[in-house]
Design a protein around this ligand. Structure first.
Ligand code: URA
Length: 222
């Protein structure tokens, strides 16, 4: 899968940059780069739980791999674990998580367990700061592999960080929110992050429209 290959290459470049390199010669693309990561979620989760590839590994309590139906047609991607997620090892269990659960169950009208929920980074950035590009690109291959294995039809990018690292596009979330972007393997719908909605409840009506659109996308041909 090309995106996974690219994410792995970016991770390697960030690691080399940290070591002081500012130039590396072009390396021939080998086939099967995705074989570097396990082809099942259980082994991938174990790998993530032991990961020390970036500094977040030193400060986390638990890595937050993601959870939900491994065959889900709908996947949500957030930014990174917060304090409660770091303690419990589960994604979106704090206040933002309660709101996300309501969004899934009341607007899309499916149980939370029937979707899959993950994040751009698997370990909590201290003080809930935005993950650095190095942290995000180091962790991205894990998410790419999850996407490959789960193969959802629709992915919802929750907020600017998720949208940016899933697409490489730095457009603001306000500009792209509600768009349906065909990514080849799946449809991507960016919307506001539930934490943003907790601070700006008036934006909930726009997100509700996005969720109805997502529900329609999922129901096409069902
Ligand atoms: N915010 C996120 O982006 N992810 C979580 O898991 C929790 C809060």
């Amino acid at each position: 899968m090309n995106r996974l290959y690219n994410a792995l290459q970016l991770k390697r470049l960030y690691q080399l940059k940290q070591l002081g390199f500012d130039y590396v010669p072009l390396v021939e693309k080998r086939s099967g780069a995705s074989k570097a990561l396990p082809n099942d979620l259980e082994r991938l989760e174990k790998m993530v739980s032991e990961c020390m590839l970036c500094a977040l590994g030193k400060t986390r309590t638990k890595a937050v791999f993601g959870e939900g139906d491994p065959h889900a047609s709908l996947m949500f991607v957030g930014e990174g674990p917060g304090a409660q997620e770091d303690m419990s090892g589960r994604p979106f269990v704090g206040r933002a998580g309660e709101l996300l659960t309501k969004m899934i169950e009341n607007a899309i009208e499916v149980p939370r367990q029937s979707v899959y929920i993950a994040n751009i980074v698997k370990c909590r950035p201290p003080n809930n700061r935005v993950p650095t590009p190095e942290e995000a690109y180091t962790c991205l291959p894990y998410l790419m592999k999850q996407i490959e294995l789960i193969a959802p039809r629709v992915i919802v990018a929750l907020g600017a960080t998720a949208y940016h690292y899933l697409t490489g596009d730095k457009s603001g979330i306000t500009k792209v929110r509600g768009e349906v972007i065909d990514r080849g393997d799946y449809l991507l719908v960016p919307t506001y992050h539930p934490s943003y909605l907790l601070r700006n409840p008036s934006a909930k009506k726009e997100v509700y429209q996005d969720l109805l659109k997502i529900k329609r996308l999922l129901c096409e041909n069902c």
